[in-house]
Design a protein around this ligand. Structure first.
Ligand code: ZN
Length: 212
């Protein structure tokens, strides 16, 4: 595992990156507004969780909104012929990993970490170990020598959260809706959050396995 004191972690304010932030305690958390519809909710979540964990947060805007599709972008483009899932945003993790590497240089970090977990690889190729090995090879070969890693890629969200030992005082701030700033309750992001928090017996969360 790379040294967390030299690590920048991409931080969306969702369950996965929150668990990794608590477990690894990286040098810097980076929130990226890349034009996703729930950007304001994610920024608020990221800000509150970073404060709760007492970790430094930096934010950046990445102007790739015009490249998006799927639920994170709008309702109409979810049916791109090549889309593997309704929330697919073409090349998103490649953009995020590359932007993170550039910001890591500014903070004198040697590693960029993304909050990908085990199940992501079944939904998108940019959530697979093969993708991260290739992105790391490309980024680390360039000036700056930044490494790109996905430290949670062989774990489930539930496993990470149990290890992190977080309770509702932190998890209550998390957000994961793909569609809007006010959680829609009816998208893969909302379903996952509800299911995971219910499985951890977080008060107020139940899951009836409908939809997902
Ligand atoms: Zn939603």
């Amino acid at each position: 595992m790379p040294d967390p004191s030299q690590m920048l972690l991409l931080f969306s304010g969702g369950l996965d990156s929150t668990a990794l932030a608590a477990l690894l305690r990286p040098k810097v958390l980076l929130y990226v507004d890349y034009g996703q519809r729930p950007a304001e909710a994610e920024r608020t979540a990221a800000t509150n969780i970073a404060a709760a964990l007492d970790l430094p947060l930096t934010t950046v805007a990445l102007g790739i909104g015009e490249f998006g599709s799927g639920l994170l972008h709008d309702e109409e483009s979810a049916a791109l012929a090549t889309a593997p899932s309704p929330e697919w945003w073409p090349y998103r993790n490649q953009f995020l990993g590359t932007a993170g590497a550039a910001i890591a240089l500014q903070h004198e970090c040697s590693t960029v970490a993304l909050g990908t977990v085990k199940s992501d690889g079944t939904r998108h190729l940019d959530g697979t170990l093969d993708f991260y090995e290739k992105l790391n090879a490309l980024v680390s070969a360039q000036e700056g020598g930044i490494n790109v890693v996905a430290p949670g890629i062989d774990k489930t969200t539930e496993e990470l959260l149990v290890s992190a030992g977080l309770d509702e005082s932190v998890l209550g701030w998390t957000t994961s809706c793909h569609r809007s700033n006010l959680p829609c309750g009816n998208c893969p992001g909302c379903w996952k959050r509800q299911r995971v928090l219910a499985s951890l017996s977080i008060p107020g969360y139940t899951w009836n396995a409908v939809g997902e």
